[in-house]
Design a protein around this ligand. Structure first.
Ligand SMILES: Nc1ncnc2c1ncn2[C@@H]1O[C@H](COP(=O)(O)OP(=O)(O)OP(=O)(O)O)[C@@H](O)[C@H]1O
Length: 254
């Protein structure tokens, strides 16, 4: 196993339009870690993860994945990405199994799917609890079920690194529990996870470390802020004692 971090972001800066959105971010995610990226709306969380997968170019600094500089990185089958809330359907009359199978393309390329590919797709569908809906059109699914399909699509390639942007947004409690247990299984299997969250919620027990952004800068990198899990409600902004002796504002997410 490589000792290189799975994700290494150094002094990253990025601009969207004319607006500096990342203003010198450092972020390291080691093998097997589950790191939550937290922060208020507009703090740069989505931009940070999109820059990690090469969707947003940096204006300065550097990013490497599995020890390879991003511009030379080609091993995308190792990376599963679940974008910020979108539907799995986009008007296409595809079934759950078809959408999830598309996530396997990075492994099968243009070859006919082998037994192992079909098994991986089936496993991903079962993991998110949609085995009984596999043949249904994704157009017939609820928002939370769409999210589960998108996560299964990312899992179908057996990624070593899973990056998810607000996977719990708009997802009902039952689906949240299923997603949490899916993630627990992946993590137990050694998958490294970086996820953007608005609150830790059901995923709290899985999170090893939290990185909090504010205005495109990292303002906390360490244990998940305890109070975030307990009462991460907008407007909650009182001060709790912090291990490092510094008061940690619990309204970090607002
Ligand atoms: N395409 C774009 N052009 C210009 N500015 C953008 C663009 N996309 C995002 N921004 C701005 O960049 C900033 C950071 O956005 P980003 O989506 O990374 O934040 P976020 O922390 O993920 O927010 P949220 O919690 O609302 O998803 C915001 O101020 C946003 O308005």
């Amino acid at each position: 196993m490589s000792s290189e971090p799975v994700i290494s972001v150094r002094s990253a800066t990025a601009t969207l339009g004319s607006r500096p959105v990342l203003r010198g971010i450092d972020l390291t995610v080691d093998h097997g870690e589950v790191v939550a990226l937290l922060g208020a709306n507009g703090s740069g969380k989505s931009t940070a993860v999109r820059s990690v997968i090469g969707q947003v170019p940096l204006t300065g600094g550097s990013i490497s994945l599995f020890g390879t500089e991003l511009r030379r990185f080609r091993d995308w089958a190792r990376v599963g990405y679940v974008p910020q809330r979108t539907t799995a359907a986009s008007g296409v009359p595809a079934t759950v199994r078809e959408v999830v199978s598309s996530g396997r393309l990075s492994r099968t390329r243009l070859k006919w799917p082998a037994k192992a590919d079909k098994a991986a797709v089936q496993r991903a569908i079962e993991l998110v609890g949609l085995a009984d809906r596999a043949k249904d059109s994704v157009n017939a699914l609820s928002g939370g079920q769409h999210q589960r399909v998108l996560i299964a699509r990312a899992l179908a390639a057996d990624p070593d690194l899973l990056i998810m942007d607000e996977p719990m947004a708009g997802v009902d409690l039952a689906s949240q529990e299923i997603l949490a247990s899916t993630l627990r299984e992946q993590v137990a299997g050694g998958t490294t996870v970086l996820l953007v969250l608005h609150e830790l919620g059901a995923l709290e027990p899985l999170i090893d470390r939290a990185v909090v952004l504010r205005d495109g800068c990292v303002v906390h990198d360490g244990p998940p802020p305890e109070a975030v899990g307990q009462h991460a409600l907008p407007g909650h902004d009182h001060v709790h004692p912090h291990a490092a002796g510094e008061p940690l504002r619990t309204g970090l997410l607002t």
